[in-house]
Structure formats: structure tokens, C-alpha cells
Design a binder for this molecule. Sequence first.
Ligand code: ARG
Length: 459
Amino acid sequence: PIKRMWGGRFEESGSDLVNKFGASITFDQEMAQEDIQGSLAHVKMLKATKILDAADADAIIKGLETLDEKLKQGKLSFNIENEDIHMNIEALLTAEIGPVAGKLHTGRSRNDQVATDLHLYVKERLPQVIAAIKKLQQVLVDKASDNVETIMPGYTHMQHAQPISYGHYLMAYFQMLQRDAERFKFNMQHTDVSPLGAAALAGTTFPIDRQLSAKYLGFSDIYHNSLDAVSDRDFVLEFLSNASILMMHLSRMCEELIYWCSYEFGYIELSDAYSTGSSIMPQKKNPDTAELIRGKTGRVYGDLMGLLTTMKGLPLAYNKDMQEDKEGVFDAVKTIIPSLKIMAGMVETLKVNQDKMEHAVHNDFSNATELADYLASKGIPFRQAHEIVGELVLKGLKTGKNLSDISLAEYQKISPLITEDVYHVLQPKVAVERRNSAGGTGFAQVEAQIKAAKELLKD
Ligand code: ARG
């Protein structure tokens, strides 16, 4: 039977199946770097507080530094017998420096170690996620700048609603991403906190200095309750819910890219680099990449739901269930960062078919609100104006006439207040330009939005 680090009180060892089932090394080796850093901070603190004498502490520090070097060179190998990354690193340290390695675990537990590692892992990735969001925002702003006056139908219920600026559309996603970035930034407050020194659950009798080990690790604060420190996975849940909301945004944008590049819409063309062909139909160019981002949204939701469900009903403090906290967050990180980067490239390289977009609002009734507003501005109560225009639309649908095809004489039968300028107002571009209320699609508003966005991107 294998010798376990906690094996003292055991007479029998578990089956290979049970041991393999309980081990987390296959996935938590992802945090090897964090684990070594956590141990280094802990032993330096033990030295500073004289809990360990300098010679022992220095031997451990040197050993850990050697392991860190070997890890970077890809020379560390882990084994399943040592269960998880924490015990693997300790076993490797023992192999490196001998039994003095056993002093490292003074005043700590794997429970605060795993929490520390995970905090470090998320803390390091948050800025990477935020940077990837910003990159996509930059692409959206640039694309929007080029398309302030590109006119397209705005939709509600997937029906033509009112003409809008394509730049305005793009900036809507900029705004969503801005909130995503803010959420991840806020997530940092709950991540940048050290659980180290909570030990198993109740603190320790050793005179440790938790502020000092936190400082060595670059944490801004420490948990103020040891039970909470080892039981809290809120910061991971926040990360996963932020990631889920982010993916939902990307997925919505992908959905539009997908049908906008269909034959029926033809508003955009995706670059070949983000499309694939068919093994049977030679003519096909499929928006696979956008579909895959849309699809991967499901797995990130799964990561969130998995951990929420795992945590539900767990009594304080550590329970082995919590070993299930890691794979989801690793998966989410590995999904959202590439999704953001690919999305940025896809949007940057897509070709806008401005004629197709604009054509779509020249043969429809998306200027009906303009006419109603026009009548209202001439003193007809809006409700009545709405009714009048509704009847004109019904008639137009039957006779194949758009609102701008109706003659002035006919208009004047409705109200003598209608004059030649109605045709100007009915032009889609004019309709867009005139929607100048704050945050509207009017060109001046879109320009202002872009300007403010560029400022936001500076910090
Ligand atoms: N491998 C465990 C995990 O990933 C950490 C160790 C704590 N385990 C324990 N039985 N006290 O959560």
C-alpha cells in the first residue's frame, strides 16, 4: 500500500478506483505555480515570525525556488498517489531537500492552501479577461466610427421597427461589454483577499502573521473569519456569473452575425478566416466561429450552475465537494478569453454591406413613426396620428405603395397641415439623423457616444 501524508491513523488503504476518484492532481496541477507561491509566502512568514528557525526556513525557500524553476522548464511531474497539487509539491520538496520539508506545513492546512491557490489563480486571470474585453470594445468603437452614417433597420420582435445607425448598433455592444468589464473589476475586490492562515478552519495556535503572508502574495486584505476563509467560493461564483453574462452578450452578437451573413439578409460578410466550408456543398461558407462562440455560452452557464449546485447546502467549513470548484473556473477562463479574442478579430475583419443594409429600409414602413411624429408636431394628437398612419400602412400594403410614394394631394386630404417637407422627414437617413435625444441613434448622439467610449478606453 502507498504511504499517504495523512496515513498515520489508517490501517487499510482504499482501492485504486477510490484513490483515483478522490484525487484532484489531474486538474489542480493547473495551479502549481500558485501553490508554490503560496508556500513561499507561508514559509517566509514562518521565518519572519521565528516560528521556524532561519536555517530550516532558508532550506525550504531554496527548495521551493528550485521547484519553481523546474516547473517553468516543464521538468516537474506529478503523481496520482499524492492526490492533489498541494501534497505533490510537498512530496517534490521532500525529494529535493529531505525531511525538513515537513516543517513547511506548520500552522496551515490544505484547506487554506487550496483557497489561497484559487484566489491567486482568479486574481491573475481577471486582468487578462478585462484586457480581452477592452480589445473587443476597441474594435467595436473603430467599426462604429466608420459606420456612424450607415443606415440599417432596427428591429423589435425581429420585425423592422425604425431605421438606425449601424454604428449605434455596434455601440450598444460596447456598452454591454463596459458593464462586463466593470463586473470583473468589482470581482477583484472579493478575490484580492487572503485566506492563508485560516488553517483547517479555526486558525492556529502558532503566532503566525497573516497580514505578512498576504503582503508577500500581493493580497490587499485578509479574510477576517477563518471559517469563512476556507468555505467561501463566492469570488469564483461571481467570476462564473460574470463570465456567463459576458458570454450571453457575445452569443447575442453572434446570433446577429450569423443571420446577417445569410443570403436573405446579406448585411455583412465574415472574413474567410472566420468561416468554414462544407464537405459536400462546394458553395458553402459557414459562420462556424460565431456559432461556436454562441454554443460555448452553454458550457460557461454549465460551469456556473455546476458550482452553484455544489455549494448549495454545504455546511461549514471545508467539504470534499468543494474539490469540484476548480475545473469549471479553469474551463470558463479557457473559454472566455479565446472567445473574446476571436470575436474581436471576427468583427474587425467583417465586411459591411452598406447598400444591402440601407436598401432594407427603403422598401418598408420603418418610417411610419416619422410620419406619426410629423403629424403630431403639426398639432394632431399622437394617438390620432398613430391611427391615421396605421390606416395608410394598411392601404399601402394592399396597393404596394410606401409612405413616400403617397402624393401630396392625398396627404393633404388627411390634413391640410401636411406640406412638401413630409418627404424629407420620411427619408430613412433623415429619420436616423433627427433622433437626437440623449442616447438616441442620431448621428450627433452616436458621435458623442463614440467620443465618450474612447475616453473610457484610455484607462
Ligand atoms: N484537493 C482538495 C481540493 O481540491 C484540497 C485539499 C483539502 N482536502 C481535504 N480533504 N481536507 O479541494
